[in-house]
Design a protein around this ligand. Structure first.
Ligand code: FE2
Length: 377
């Protein structure tokens, strides 16, 4: 065996202990899950999937699962005070609690990660009903956010035991072309990026595939640093942001202040037709960040030939960036709650595997204009 093969083999055994099939679902703790579910259905085109609550034997909460292609969101609200969910909402406002990952073996995922230093959130538990079984386990990540490992190979029900199929025959909003979770970004506190990178490397076997420092991501006023963590097969990517020193308060600091700690900053959802998706979302009331129209003046000089017409991109404010492998189109919503915290990214990849570095400056200046309006810059 050559040194190179040996190294590769070593690397593989190092990263293989937590094989992930992708994102299973993203769960939000919200003040009013019934209304939040309606928002994601009517504005984003998600479809009713499953419900859990007092009527299904779940006594402390109501949860609505909605789905669009491979994207599943769960909106959960506590129905009594004085519990973990109510405290989470009091402290953070509406936000992401669970980034759930699909695995073959949730027991092994829990054992492998906790033995490497992961802090247990949920010991492996088998949930069963007439449709089979699901095994769940979980560990903590940044802030109060957790990863739940979902093993569902032997389950044919609508979502997870405890849920029942849910749909409303009178309300079936058309889908908007959202397909799957591309990546989920976490905002962490000062000096916390490297410890979190180390967590994803050591506890979960991820690799740091890209890094941006404050020179890459800075405007006249503020800066941030970012490292992108990816699992072995690249299905799961978690960029981690940390604020950096600038003249004024950065967007990550504003997030940390209003989320009252570390948490998920944005979830990027992929589409194969961003012009269609963003047109639909806009028509349904989703608000997006706007870059100045001068962004488009020299766009094609910067990114070269693209297949899309420039006019609709400019009209919708869609951003374009290119890397060695191709290009990508992306756009960011404004925060989807009243605290300036969680937002969504809509992304269409045409070969590019990066994250839109060429758009950072224009984008962060757009965010700063919003921050200034809120009095938080
Ligand atoms: Fe992103």
């Amino acid at each position: 065996m050559t040194t190179e093969t040996l190294q590769k083999k070593l690397q593989d055994t190092q990263t293989d202990f937590l094989p992930l099939q992708g994102t299973d679902y993203v769960e939000f703790y919200v003040g009013n899950a019934k209304q939040a579910a309606h928002y994601y259905m009517s504005a984003f085109g998600f479809q009713a999937l499953a419900y859990a609550g007092p009527e299904t034997g779940v006594k402390d909460r109501a949860s609505y699962a909605v789905r669009q292609n491979k994207l599943t969101l769960v909106l959960t609200t506590p129905i009594r005070p004085n519990n973990e969910m109510a405290d989470h909402i009091y402290k953070h406002g509406d936000g992401v609690k669970v980034l759930a990952l699909k695995v073959d073996d949730a027991t092994s995922a829990w054992q492998e990660t906790t033995k490497r230093g992961g802090k247990s959130y949920m010991e492996p538990q088998r949930l069963t009903d007439k449709d089979g079984e699901v095994v769940l386990s979980g560990i903590h990540t940044y802030g109060d956010t957790v990863h739940i490992f979902v093993e569902r190979e032997n389950y044919s029900g609508p979502f997870i035991p405890g849920y029942r199929a849910w749909n409303n025959p009178y309300f079936k909003p058309a889908e908007t072309g959202l397909l799957y979770v591309d990546h989920c970004v976490g905002n962490v506190g000062w000096n916390q990026m490297n410890p979190r990178v180390q967590f994803y490397e050591e506890v979960m076997g991820f690799r740091n595939i890209l890094s941006f420092d404050d020179k890459d991501i800075s405007t006249e006023y503020s800066a941030l640093m970012s490292k992108v963590m990816s699992n072995g097969n690249g299905y799961v990517k978690f960029p981690i942001n940390e604020p950096a020193e600038g003249k004024k308060k950065s967007q990550v600091e504003e997030y940390l202040e209003f989320y009252n700690g570390e948490g998920c900053q944005h979830v990027a959802m992929a589409t194969h037709n961003i012009v269609h998706t963003v047109t639909e979302l806009r028509n349904r009331g989703v608000e997006f960040l706007q870059v100045p129209s001068t962004y488009y003046d020299d766009l094609l000089d910067r990114v070269g030939h693209i297949e899309e017409d420039l006019a609709p991109l400019k009209e919708l404010g869609i951003l374009v960036d290119r890397d060695d492998e191709g290009y990508l189109l992306q756009l960011f919503t404004k925060p989807v709650e009243d605290r300036p915290t969680l937002f969504f990214e809509i992304i269409q990849r045409k070969g590019a595997k990066s994250f839109g570095k060429g758009n950072f400056k224009a984008l962060f200046e757009a965010i700063e204009r919003e921050q200034a309006e809120r009095g938080n810059l």
